[in-house]
Design a protein around this ligand. Structure first.
Ligand code: GLY
Length: 360
């Protein structure tokens, strides 16, 4: 099965996203279509390289193998990849290819956006999280010790090829991390401005068993629904001037939890789920949402085996981190809160109000 969606930000920023369950080696055809007559540099995750090197038809010297982990999204690797591109003689007419999770995609995208002031790149995401989020929408970045994603650009790929067979070798924790980000879309569906109802909330509620068993057609449909919503948002607001902020549902607390634990304790998706539990509970207490929607929301998260965070972190420290977040402005911290069924909105609170929010 194959499903093609299109991002359409403007005429120059239009690209296909193909979701399929074909054999992995079919990707060679997709790559050939975009690299015909061009020099290429492939940036590939070490895990993916070890598992799938025989499926790809690459020349060993056009490959940059990136070790796994958020720590690799650093300035040293940015320079190494750039130097490799120079060594291979890549010009503005050539192309980079990212094969891996969010780290590989973000880093490759950032190199692509700056190499000779911009070179084409394509995304081949291999984790569930990168399939439904980071490979689409053009956010690229590297981290500094001080902050995650602090250097980056908005730079759209030329194409995204999603092959769900990579999920067969993804470990359970990473698969669940992707589900965390997927559940987010269920709560924001009616704020995305997509032209019709997808009923993602209901789809995720009823399809839980098949999703956890990685049933291919259900997985393709699930990715398709999430991306239809993400594309609708990105088409309207590429650079996060307003609407795109709703994709940060659950993320304000998530980023603080990831930072306070130095990215070692929680996967991104787990942190997002803790953020969603927190904000759903708070919104119910504040009567933004009804009891029945609150119950359905909590039950949906719990159906996937997620639970609210038990461990407590010093509130002052969490708030300190939130103040430094890219989403904070004018000393106000931004939260995306549920305010009706599948509808969210942004609220901005002072650090003191946020401290109070945690103590209520
Ligand atoms: N990951 C959220 C976004 O792409 O805006």
């Amino acid at each position: 099965m194959k499903q093609t969606l299109r991002v359409q930000i403007s005429n120059e920023k239009e690209y296909p996203i193909e979701i399929s369950d074909s054999a992995i080696n079919e990707l060679n055809k997709n790559i050939a279509e975009y690299t015909n007559g061009k020099k290429k540099l492939i940036i590939i995750s070490k895990k993916v390289y070890d598992l799938y090197r025989d499926s790809f038809e690459f020349d060993e010297n056009e490959i940059f193998v990136l070790k796994d982990g958020e720590k690799q999204k650093n300035i040293k690797n940015y320079l190494k990849i750039t130097k490799k591109a120079i060594e291979l003689g890549l010009t503005r007419k050539d192309i980079l290819i990212a094969i891996g999770g969010g780290v590989v995609g973000d880093l490759t995208g950032f190199v692509a956006s700056t190499y000779m002031r911009g070179i084409d790149f394509i995304q081949i995401p291999t984790t569930l999280l990168s399939m439904v989020d980071s490979s689409v929408g053009g956010k690229t970045a590297i981290d500094l010790e001080e902050a995650k994603n602090i250097i980056g650009t908005f730079y759209q790929p030329k194409a995204v090829f999603i092959n769900i067979n990579f999920l067969n070798t993804l470990d359970d924790r990473q698969f669940k991390s992707g589900l965390g980000e997927i559940l987010k879309y269920a709560f924001i569906e009616n704020s995305c401005g997509y032209k019709m109802q997808l009923y993602l909330f209901e789809f995720l509620t009823l399809g839980c068993e098949k999703i956890l068993q990685k049933e291919p057609l259900t997985i393709i449909r699930m990715i398709e629904y999430c991306l239809k919503l993400k594309i609708a948002v990105v088409n309207q607001d590429e650079k996060e001037g307003g609407l795109r902020k709703i994709l940060n549902f659950g993320h304000t607390l998530a980023h603080a939890l990831e930072t306070i634990t130095k990215y070692k304790k929680y996967t991104h998706g787990e942190a997002v789920v803790y953020g969603m539990f927190f904000i759903i509970n708070w919104s119910y207490k504040k009567e933004y949402i009804t009891y029945s929607y609150y119950r359905l929301s909590i039950e949906l998260l719990e159906k996937y085996g997620f639970r609210a965070l038990k461990k407590e972190y010093p509130i002052e420290k969490l708030v300190e981190i939130m103040k430094k977040d890219k989403k904070a402005a004018a000393n106000k911290i931004s939260f995306i809160i549920p305010c009706d069924k599948k509808i969210v909105k942004e609220i901005k609170l002072s650090p003191l109000e946020v401290e109070y929010m945690f103590k209520e």
